[in-house]
Every structure is written in structure tokens, then in C-alpha cells.
Design a protein around this ligand. Structure first.
Ligand SMILES: Nc1ncnc2c1ncn2[C@@H]1O[C@H](COP(=O)(O)OP(=O)(O)OP(=O)(O)O)[C@@H](O)[C@H]1O
Length: 585
């Protein structure tokens, strides 16, 4: 298969204006792709060559890529960089410069060659690796057509930005190989269990939806985390969970999924399924000694703590462990504790279908707790007074609140789902929305006065997973420090688009549009219907109104641990709005 075919699809996808058009175009590409290349092609469409959890990073610096473009086009690196400045994109510059060559010399590339070479580029390490990467890229560009060069350069520099989410690709796969888009849930479940789009693609192409249903949890493939809904009062929580539940402390740290595979390797994954064992060698050692099953998948929350008093420390401190480069010093400065709360797999057995009491029992048996390695505090509660008391205790002990978990026999571990099996109880937002929202930045408005010349406010959106779109809910210009504001253009530059991206649904205009990529945490006074916003539009009594935030404020927390698809959903906003209305009625 020619890479040009993929590049043409990219070009069309970039120009597509609606989601259905994107699905159709992706489906067209899938149809043109031989089955053995399908895993490569779906990954390439997301600008990747391996699933996130594999920790493979092409990540070539722009300068090195510019040198490769220059060499391949027979011009200087400066000329290539100047082209990038002119067009705002090294990919376009490469397309132009290479387009000036004699086309007879450019036979074009094969997908398999591109994929393998990109892997070689990613793998080159150690002394002389920069030269090797350069050489490999020059060789690819030397044979690439101009259109291929555009996307090759964007891929190696991490700037592909086609704006297609996993859901859209799954829709395309379902359309071609599973009898229609109605089959997406089957594919989605498999993806949630293995987090490997390439594997799902290969399986459905070879064996249809039946084969996809056979995909199982296994150590080494991170499971997409189960998430919690939220409610505002203990009474509502108990009513929702059938009168009783297991209430666990909600620790304010970093979620971690630990995997020990048959070869004895222990890896830790973030909520976004990135590897983080290298940042927490102390934790790896602690777990390795304490886990009884040889092969295991366990979840917990890593929290910083003060060894002298045993007190839990705020979220910012454990984040320090992720940001800093002096790993050993940081480990000494900020010791961490792990509170284990779930066990998904042990020695060949998939435990996700077990109910909470059984999983908790297996968890207790699987971990030898001692010192900083503990089980999450959990208590079965059957009345409001009990839940209230535990909530107060949790807050007094330095936690955010509680995660209340269903103990029904049917309530297994729902990978990747935000269902009503787990319900979080933070603070009371009966009168005010004191719980935070995580929203995707989709646009910006230029500042005035003191903020002239920089972004003055951001346009924020919630995610609608059913339609894979981002619906605008607020403009937010409050809560940003001067340093935050100064840093915004840098953070957002790679996401800028000339027009409103196809997955962004907004009634409001913006001065600058962004592909959803940055997620920030905000608080607001309340949600109100508004004709100017599109979040949950069509689901409110006034059909033309969407939900809008009143008095939104940035909390200072960049949710770099969340992808835009992890942002607060429009259904969650709707529930918050309805809960607030019930409370004031
Ligand atoms: N005992 C616990 N059980 C489950 N999750 C817990 C527990 N303690 C802390 N957590 C954390 O709380 C989160 C559950 O809330 P939710 O599913 O809404 O995730 P979230 O979107 O990251 O929310 P938040 O920003 O409120 O942490 C988990 O992702 C996990 O990081």
C-alpha cells in the first residue's frame, strides 16, 4: 500500500467539516487498507506508531527535522526553517521545498517502509543517535512525494493534529468490518480492556465482532480506568446505590495502574496510560516485594506523605515527583504512599467481572501491606449518618471525600466507563458548584488593556462521547496568574487551527481556534441555560439553549494527566445542572 493513499486521506480529513464526513473518510481509508497493515494505518492516523502505553516516542526536535528537510531538498537548514516560519508549519514547508525537485526522482513511499523506519527512528538511542535519526528521515524524505513529506514531517515532530479521536476510528472500523456503527460499543469495550487500537483493528478485520468479544484483560496491556459519577449528598448516593455501598476514602493524588507481567517486569501506568515506573522507583520496589501473585494488575492512588507525622500531603507535592528530573533526590524529598483500591487481574484470571466484595477480598489477599503501602480505607455503610461521618473523617484525614462503590453482585469493574457503579462525593454543591470541572480549551479571545497582545480569555468545552464532539460551555479569563497567561501561547501553539475544528461545536466565535488538546480545571458559581453555548443543547427544556458556566475561574491546575476525551462530559454537566435545580426547587 502506498503511503500517498494515507496522506490523501489525511488531507481530506483535515478539510472535513463534520464528524460524519470524517467517519466516512476514515472508513474509506480502512477499506483501502490490506488487513495486515491496518494496525499500522490506524495508529498512523493518530500520529502514533505504537499504543501510548508502549512508551515509544518518535518525538523529533523541529530543528533536526528541518535539517532533514533541507538535506532532502538540497537547501540549507535555515531555508527550511524560514519556510516553516513563513507557512507556520514545517510540514507545509517540506511539501513546498520537495515539490521544487524533479518528480521523476520521487517514487513515493510504501506504508510498511514508513512505519518500520519510524520505529527505527524512535529506537535510535545513545551516542550518534541524532545522526542516525537524521539519516533515516532524510532517506524517507528523499523518496517521498510532496504530500507524503507534509505528513511525514508532521508525524515525526508530533504535529499531525488530524483531530480524529479514537471513537471516530472505532466508528470507521465498525462501519467497514462489524456491520455498521451500531457495533461500536463492542469495539469500544475491547479497546477499553486492551488500550490497543491496532489490536482491535486487526482482530475485527480478521474475525469480525465475535473475535473482538474474545479480547481479554492481560497483564502488560493497561486497562482504561473505571471512573466515577458524582452526586451532591449522602442520601442521593445511598438511594442511587441501592441503600448500601462500600465507601472508600478519595485520596488526592495520582492514579496508578501497576502491572507485573510473567517475565517479572513491573510497570506503572498513569490514568492516561503513560508509563511512569521510571519516576517512582521507590514505589516499584515496594510493590514488587509486596505483591503475592506473579502476574497482576492492581490500581491505587499515589499520595505524598510526611514520614514524621504520617499526614497526607497535597496533590501538588506528588506532582512534583512527576515533573522533576532528579528522580532519586525527589524520591527522598517527597516520599510517597500507595493506597491500593482495586485488583483487576491475577495469575491468568480476569477479575473485572467479579463484584466489589470479591475483588476487595482478592486485593486484600494479593498485597502484603506495610508502611507506606496500604489498602484504601473502606467501610460498608447502610445509612446517611454513617456516610456523613465517614465523609467528615475522610476530609479530616486529608482526603478529598469519598468514592462510594456499589456492592451489588452485578457491579464489576467497568473499564473506561463513567457509570453509576462508583459515585464520588466531594463537597456539597447544593448552593454553589464547588466541585471542579475539567474542560478542553477549544478557542481563545485576544486580551484588551493590560492583556493586550496575549490571550485574554479561553473558550472551554465539555466532551460528548456519544458523538465525539466538544461542545462549548464557557469563556474563562479569571484565575490565571501573570505567569499562566504568559505561558498560554506556548502551550497552545501546537494546537492552533485556521478554522473551527470539525469536532468543536460552538455557538460562540473565537479569535483563535484550537484542536482540543489542553485540559484545564475550573470552578464556577453555577450552570445556567444560554442560547450562546452548545453544551447539552437539545437536552434541556428550552431546546435551543445549551449550558453555560456562570463566573468560571481557573483553579491553577493544568490537567496534563487528562486527554481532551477525559474532559467533563456534557451528560455530567446536565446532571450537575439538574441536581442543582432539584436542590433549590
Ligand atoms: N478509593 C478510591 N477509589 C477509586 N478512585 C480513587 C480512590 N481514591 C482516589 N481516587 C481517585 O479518584 C478518581 C475517581 O474520580 P473520577 O473517576 O471522577 O476521576 P477524575 O476524573 O480523575 O476525577 P477527579 O479529578 O475528581 O479526581 C480516580 O480516578 C482516582 O484517581
Amino acid at each position: 500500500m502506498r503511503y500517498e493513499t494515507v496522506a490523501e486521506a489525511y488531507r481530506d480529513l483535515e478539510q472535513a467539516t463534520g464528524r460524519l464526513a470524517m467517519i466516512d473518510r476514515i472508513a474509506g481509508l480502512i477499506e483501502q487498507t490490506p488487513v495486515e497493515l491496518l494496525p499500522a494505518v490506524v495508529l498512523l492516523c493518530q500520529g502514533k506508531i505504537a499504543p501510548d502505553f508502549a512508551g515509544v516516542d518518535i518525538g523529533l526536535a523541529e530543528r533536526l527535522a528541518a535539517r532533514a528537510v533541507g538535506t532532502a531538498a538540497g537547501v540549507t537548514q535555515d531555508r527550511a526553517l524560514a519556510g516553516a516560519r513563513e507557512t507556520g508549519d514545517l510540514g507545509l514547508a517540506a511539501e513546498r521545498l520537495l515539490g521544487e525537485r524533479d518528480l521523476v526522482d520521487t517514487p513515493g513511499l510504501q506504508v510498511s517502509v514508513v512505519f518500520d523506519t519510524l520505529h527505527e527512528i524512535a529506537a535510535a538511542a545513545g551516542a550518534g543517535s541524532q545522526g542516525r535519526k537524521l539519516e533515516l528521515l532524510v532517506a524517507l524524505l528523499g523518496r517521498a512525494t510532496p504530500l507524503e513529506a507534509r505528513y511525514l514531517v508532521r508525524t515525526v515532530t508530533g504535529n499531525l493534529r488530524l483531530g480524529i479521536g479514537t471513537a471516530t476510528i472505532l466508528d470507521g472500523l465498525a462501519q467497514v468490518y462489524a456491520g455498521g456503527r451500531k457495533a461500536r460499543p463492542v469495539l469500544e469495550r475491547a479497546f477499553n480492556i486492551c488500550s490497543d487500537l491496532g489490536l482491535v483493528a486487526a482482530t475485527v478485520a480478521e474475525g469480525g465482532p465475535e473475535a473482538v468479544q474474545q479480547i481479554r484483560v492481560r497483564a502488560g496491556n493497561p486497562v482504561r480506568p473505571m471512573l466515577a459519577q458524582r452526586l451532591s449528598s449522602p442520601a442521593e448516593v445511598l438511594a442511587k446505590l441501592g441503600g448500601s455501598c462500600a465507601a472508600e476514602y478519595k485520596y488526592d493524588g495520582i492514579r496508578v495502574q501497576a502491572h507485573r507481567t510473567a517475565d517479572g517486569t513491573l510497570e506503572l501506568y498513569t490514568r492516561g496510560l503513560e508509563r511512569m515506573a521510571w519516576q517512582f522507583p521507590d514505589l516499584v520496589q515496594m510493590l514488587d516485594a509486596a505483591l503475592r501473585p506473579a502476574e497482576v494488575i492492581l490500581e491505587g492512588e499515589v499520595v505524598a506523605f510526611d514520614p514524621a507525622s504520617g499526614d497526607l500531603r497535597p496533590f501538588q507535592e506528588v506532582m512534583y515527583r512527576r515533573r522533576t528530573h532528579g528522580i532519586a533526590e525527589a524520591a527522598a524529598q517527597v516520599p510517597v504512599s500507595l493506597f491500593c483500591f482495586d485488583l483487576l487481574y491475577a495469575d491468568g484470571e480476569d477479575l473485572t467481572h467479579l463484584d466489589y466484595p470479591q475483588r476487595r477480598q482478592r486485593l486484600t489477599a494479593a498485597v502484603e501491606t506495610s508502611g507506606p503501602l496500604r489498602l484504601a480505607t473502606a467501610e460498608v455503610v447502610t445509612d446517611v449518618a454513617g456516610l456523613d461521618a465517614l465523609f467528615e473523617q475522610a476530609v479530616a484525614d486529608g482526603c478529598e471525600g469519598l468514592v462510594c462503590k456499589s456492592i451489588a453482585p452485578t457491579a464489576g469493574y467497568q473499564a473506561g466507563a463513567r457509570g453509576w457503579t462508583w459515585v464520588k462525593l466531594k463537597r456539597d454543591y447544593r448552593t454553589e458548584l464547588t466541585d471542579t470541572l475539567d474542560l478542553a480549551v477549544v478557542g481563545a479571545l485576544y486580551g484588551r488593556g493590560r492583556r493586550a497582545g496575549m490571550y485574554g480569555a479561553l473558550l472551554l468545552a465539555a466532551y460528548d462521547p456519544d458523538n465525539d464532539v466538544f461542545q462549548a460551555v464557557s469563556k474563562c479569563g479569571t484565575g490565571f496568574s501573570d505567569a499562566d497567561l504568559a505561558g498560554l501561547p506556548g502551550r497552545l501553539a501546537p494546537l492552533i487551527r485556521d478554522e473551527r475544528p470539525a469536532r468543536v461545536d460552538s455557538g460562540r466565535d473565537a479569535d483563535v481556534w484550537f484542536e482540543p488538546g489542553l485540559v484545564i480545571e475550573v470552578v464556577a458559581a453555577e450552570l445556567t441555560p444560554s442560547p450562546h453555548y452548545t453544551a447539552a443543547r437539545g437536552k434541556l427544556p428550552d431546546e435551543d439553549a445549551g449550558l453555560a458556566l456562570r463566573f468560571p475561574r481557573f483553579t491553577g491546575r493544568w490537567r496534563d494527566d487528562k486527554t481532551p476525551e477525559d474532559a467533563t462530559t456534557t451528560d455530567e454537566l446536565l446532571q450537575l445542572y439538574q441536581a442543582a435545580r432539584r436542590a433549590t426547587a
